[in-house]
Design a protein around this ligand. Structure first.
Ligand SMILES: NC(=O)c1ccc[n+]([C@@H]2O[C@H](COP(=O)([O-])OP(=O)(O)OC[C@H]3O[C@@H](n4cnc5c(N)ncnc54)[C@H](OP(=O)(O)O)[C@@H]3O)[C@@H](O)[C@H]2O)c1
Length: 265
């Protein structure tokens, strides 16, 4: 699969994995649409993409403003005529115990990590169906298989995301539409700085696991490879998370014991 002249829409493209995916896709010749809330950061990413040959469109919006989704899809179609790939990457993490977490925080995390993605997917699906092709790439998480302490809302939202896209994949397979769900482990980004605490405020601290996580550009290149290979699901991360997924699958009792030992990360 060649990305030259393909249209790749990336949400959460203003930092971290989304930013790295923008460069990895632009390098492969794709036209990239960059979405997130911080327009200045998107402009910075767009400027960095100029070294490559494709066209870049900065399309800022807040994912949780669902009323905007249909018009944003129209804007992309008017500019590029079609959408080949949508990387549903915008997301927010969490650092708080269940007993301390305000109920609204659960809703907020689900709004961004789940409902906004469902809404944008529903707005794009008819376009893919009319084209007879298209690829959804939800960026879930290892937390979508293994929920650890202080991630109850985050883990639940990523479990839900994986479940939603497993159904969609089966429904649209014969329509030529691909779903490649990505399960990153610990990746070196500022996700913990942007995570919500028990009050829904920014946690603001760098996690040791993120600080020593997989390089974000290596991660992006691996994700592009998985999309190209037409994978249904793809894990990218370190040996610890790979081991965790293996233990969860074959020795779940041991995994539940292991995650009891995780306290403050
Ligand atoms: N880093 C990891 O270890 C890791 C592991 C597993 C999964 N993931 C997943 O990877 C994705 C990207 O995370 P990251 O690590 O790259 O963290 P990040 O640097 O904090 O990136 C999050 C992105 O989401 C955007 N975003 C957040 N809320 C938004 C909203 N309401 N509307 C539109 N955009 C919004 C942010 O942009 P604005 O603030 O400009 O809106 C930013 O571009 C997330 O879905 C995360 O759950 C990350």
């Amino acid at each position: 699969m060649d990305f030259s002249n393909k249209t790749v829409w990336i949400t959460g493209a203003s930092s971290g994995i989304g930013e790295a995916l923008a460069y990895a896709m632009a390098e492969k010749g794709a036209n990239v649409i960059l979405s997130a809330r911080r327009e200045d950061e998107l402009q910075r990413v767009a400027k960095n993409c100029q070294q490559f040959h494709g066209t870049t469109l900065v399309l800022p919006f807040d994912m949780i403003d669902l009323a905007l989704h249909a018009s944003k899809v129209q804007e992309v179609i008017q500019t590029f005529g079609q959408i080949d790939y949508v990387i549903l990457n915008a997301g927010v993490s969490q650092r708080s115990y269940v007993q301390d977490t305000k109920f609204e925080v659960y809703r907020s995390l689900f709004e961004i990590n789940f409902f906004s993605i469902i809404s944008l997917t529903q707005a794009i699906l008819p376009v893919f169906q009319q084209q007879g092709f298209g690829c959804f790439v939800p960026i879930a998480s290892v937390a979508g298989r293994i929920s650890t302490p202080r991630r109850a809302a985050y883990g639940a939202s990523k479990h839900a995301l994986i479940g939603f896209f497993d159904s969609l994949r089966a429904e649209v397979y014969e329509q030529g539409i691909q779903v490649t769900t990505i399960l990153p482990g610990y990746i070196q980004t500022n996700i913990s700085l942007h995570a919500m605490n028990e009050h829904g405020e920014k946690y603001g601290k760098m996690d040791p696991n993120q600080a020593k996580g997989l390089d974000v550009n290596k991660t992006a290149r691996a994700i592009v490879g998985a999309i190209q290979a037409g994978k249904n699901e793809f894990f990218v991360g370190g040996a610890l998370e790979a081991f965790g997924l293996y233990v969860k699958r074959f020795f779940p009792g041991l995994l539940f014991y292991m995650i009891r030992k995780i306290k403050n990360t």
